[in-house]
Ligand binder design. Structure first.
Ligand SMILES: Cc1cc2nc3c(=O)[nH]c(=O)nc-3n(C[C@H](O)[C@H](O)[C@H](O)COP(=O)(O)OP(=O)(O)OC[C@H]3O[C@@H](n4cnc5c(N)ncnc54)[C@H](O)[C@@H]3O)c2cc1C
Length: 284
């Protein structure tokens, strides 16, 4: 640790978003939130760039209700999310939070950091895609918002510009009773990189039929993907009979690879099973 500190050229811990943005505008920084991805990626070698630690920025941590829906501040940790009083809309994201490493990792790691790290196996991605989350980016020039699927471009690749930081994730409000489900399959029960994972959000109309569906799958393509054909087919259905709606063709957006964890073929098969189970969870 002493060696890494000695080699690190500069470490700044701004107190405000404006201060962070002006530092970012003037240099090439490694942005640090919880450090649970950034530091393991530098084991045995120093972080070459100066480090900008977001953890002390006031107002950036916590989950707030907004006019549009919900705002998850950029330094909100997985443990903050688990403890927050949130509607069943967030059940999938909370379930994903409990899967991220162990409690120490959940105490340090942030939801936004999981997204910014852009791993194909990031546990937060399917739930946030199903929720139709948007990413807010802040720079000295102002802020902009991108749908999550336009933010994560590929493995370890996002649409963030060097002078920007992610200040928040936004989740649109849904009708009361909207509920989401997350299921993950790994080679063992805990502390595991997933073979596949699915998230489903179902919102009902006044008559009790599906008004809106969000469905996304992680670890089965270079970035987590939504399944729009299935989402469209679920609308208008009786929530008690959703399990039978899934068809193999719905998985067309996925491009799973063969690796040490599973073959691509197994991943697709397991995904169909997880999706059917997630959809069956809406039966009364
Ligand atoms: C032992 C262990 C187990 C783990 N298990 C899991 C797991 O089961 N599932 C899982 O999904 N992940 C897992 N992780 C990975 C990690 O904990 C999560 O991805 C976590 O959410 C990352 O958040 P962080 O705040 O620590 O990110 P950091 O490490 O601080 O940052 C990650 C990346 O995002 C960038 N970044 C972070 N925040 C911002 C921001 N606001 N604006 C711009 N850029 C930003 C950083 O520059 C860096 O490139 C594990 C990690 C460890 C060490």
């Amino acid at each position: 640790m002493a060696n890494a500190g000695a080699a690190m050229s500069r470490f700044e811990r701004p107190r405000s978003l404006a201060e962070a943005a002006s530092l970012l505008a003037a240099g090439d920084w490694a942005v640090l939130a919880g450090g649970t991805d950034l530091y393991p990626a530098h084991v045995g070698r120093p972080i070459a760039r100066p480090v900008l630690d977001l953890s002390r920025i006031e107002g950036l941590r916590g989950i707030r209700r907004s006019d549009w829906g919900w705002t998850i501040g950029a330094t909100t940790t997985w443990s903050d999310l688990i403890r927050a009083d949130l509607p069943p809309l967030f059940d999938a994201l909370k379930a994903a939070a409990r899967e991220v490493g162990g409690v120490q990792i959940q105490n340090a790691g942030t939801v936004a950091g999981n997204v910014c790290n852009a791993s194909p196996a990031a546990d937060g991605m399917p739930a946030l895609l199903a929720l139709r989350a948007e990413v807010e980016l802040q720079s000295a020039a102002g802020s902009r918002r991108l749908p999550l699927q336009d933010f994560v471009l590929g493995p370890r690749r996002t649409a963030r510009r060097p002078a920007e930081l992610v200040s928040a994730l936004h989740v649109p409000a849904r009708a009361a009773g909207a509920r989401s489900v997350f299921l993950k399959l790994g080679g063992r029960r805990y502390l595991v990189i997933s073979i596949t994972m699915v998230a489903v959000l179902i919102e009902l109309d006044a008559g009790g039929a599906v008004a809106h569906a969000g469905v996304a799958v992680g670890s089965c393509s270079a970035v987590a993907k939504g399944l729009p054909a299935l989402e469209a087919r679920l609308v208008g259905r009786d929530p008690a009979r959703l399990g039978a709606c899934i068809e193999p063709g719905d998985l067309a957006p996925l491009t799973p690879i063969d690796d040490v964890r599973a073959s691509g073929e197994y991943r697709l098969d397991a995904t169909l099973t997880l999706l059917a189970r997630a959809l069956e969870a809406y039966a009364p």
